[in-house]
Ligand binder design. Structure first.
Ligand SMILES: Cc1ncc(C[n+]2csc(CCOP(=O)(O)OP(=O)(O)O)c2C)c(N)n1
Ligand SMILES: [Mg+2]
Length: 365
């Protein structure tokens, strides 16, 4: 599965935006030249990069959870912990100009799209340095220059918007003769899959052959309702009536997810229309910070953490394939934790938005 030079560059550069102090690889050999033998399209350096990205998402949100306990963060806060491989794998196969849009569970995708830790954590803590000047909070991250289109609190609202972004990309290609063949990654929760506007979007996307990947993040729960209690049939087959190809994929494995995203992007960039991927993943934390989680046992969650954790799995792959050792990963983890602490300090000490901002950035009457 060859990757384009543009994709390789995308994978190699984006860590600098998110984790500026990430150390160089200390593993043996020439990292950039070593390619995984397991049919994976990534070099060792790239895999280390994506491992670090996922670990950064994890440590960042663990810190957000502890700031929430300290009441430094208030209001809604939906954590992505456990699902990191989906966002990382999507970004890993993307090229410059591809668009991303998701639900309220948006911190990790915002980071991997290139928003800085300060912009995301500062938004969570309600500070002026936040991406929405501290006035939006957890669900309202948005940065068009990074092709990150939110952050949407209304369940499924992002799905027709994602189709619209793909319409714009197709228009730029077909009418304005741009050649980059960009796609839109539209993330959808399993619960959101039962909303009518999803099927309206499928219809239009298929009819107009829009370059959109519908990424169903099946994390097994919509608040406290399990998928089998809420959804008839298989989610990955729900595009079938519209002729949209679909797959169910292990979304807890970075490499498997990336390969599926590669198939999906190739389909879309070839002008064949939308593609649907049901990512089988798991939400470790509650739906939001106020979820008593009585609908599942601690043992259920622990079993997934033990057997399927996406960060541990990629670490194991790196250790087995490239003879890396535990100490190298511990060093990276220490660096990431220090960086997250620095970001948290900045996000809890920066000024709050002044009263003069109260009526700015709102739709005038
Ligand atoms: C239109 C609408 N209905 C209901 C809600 C309340 N609500 C918020 S999250 C949620 C569950 C969505 O679950 P899922 O799509 O699986 O996403 P997840 O939280 O698992 O990421 C519901 C019903 C809402 N925000 N918007
Ligand atoms: Mg869900």
């Amino acid at each position: 599965m060859p990757r384009t030079q543009q994709q390789a560059a995308n994978g190699a550069n984006s860590s600098l935006k998110v984790i500026p102090t990430m150390p160089k690889s200390s593993s043996k050999g020439t990292a950039a030249a070593a390619t995984s033998p397991a049919n994976a399209p990534f070099t060792q350096a790239e895999l280390q990069h994506w491992h670090q990205q996922m670990l950064f998402m994890r440590r960042f949100e663990e810190k957000a959870a502890s700031l929430y306990q300290q009441k430094e963060i208030q209001g809604f806060c939906h954590l992505y912990i456990g699902q990191e491989a989906v966002a990382a794998a999507a970004k890993a196969v993307s090229i410059e100009g591809d668009d991303f849009i998701t639900s309220y569970r948006c911190h990790a995708l915002a980071l991997v799209c290139g928003l800085t830790g300060e912009e995301v954590m500062g938004e969570l803590t309600g500070r002026q340095i936040g991406i929405s000047k501290g006035k939006g909070g957890s669900m309202h991250m948005f940065e068009p220059s990074k092709h990150f289109w939110g952050g949407h609190g209304i369940v499924a609202a992002q799905v027709p918007l994602g189709a619209g972004l793909a319409f714009a990309a197709k228009y730029r290609n077909d009418v304005m003769s741009q050649l980059n063949k960009n796609v839109t990654f539209t993330f959808i929760g399993d619960g959101a899959m039962n909303a009518g506007q999803v099927f309206e979007s499928f219809n239009m996307a298929a009819l107009w052959k829009l370059p959109v990947i519908f990424v169903i993040e099946n994390n097994q729960w919509g608040m406290g309702t399990s998928v089998p209690r809420a959804a008839a049939g298989n989610l990955w087959q729900r595009g079938e009536p519209f002729g949209i190809p679909g797959e169910k994929v292990d979304g807890m494995d970075f490499l498997t997810a990336a390969e599926a995203f590669q198939r999906a992007t190739a389909h879309c960039r070839a002008g064949k229309g939308p593609y649907l991927l049901e990512m089988d993943t798991y939400r470790y934390r509650g739906h939001s910070m106020s979820d008593p989680a009585k609908y599942r046992t601690r043992e259920d969650v622990d079993a997934v953490k033990e057997q399927r954790d996406p960060i541990a799995r990629l670490q194991k792959h790196l250790m087995q394939t490239f003879s890396m050792n535990e100490a190298e990963f511990e060093q990276v983890d220490d660096t990431i934790k220090a960086e997250v602490n620095r970001i948290a300090e900045a996000a809890t000490t920066a000024p709050r938005p002044p009263a003069s901002e109260l009526f700015t950035d709102v739709v005038p009457e």
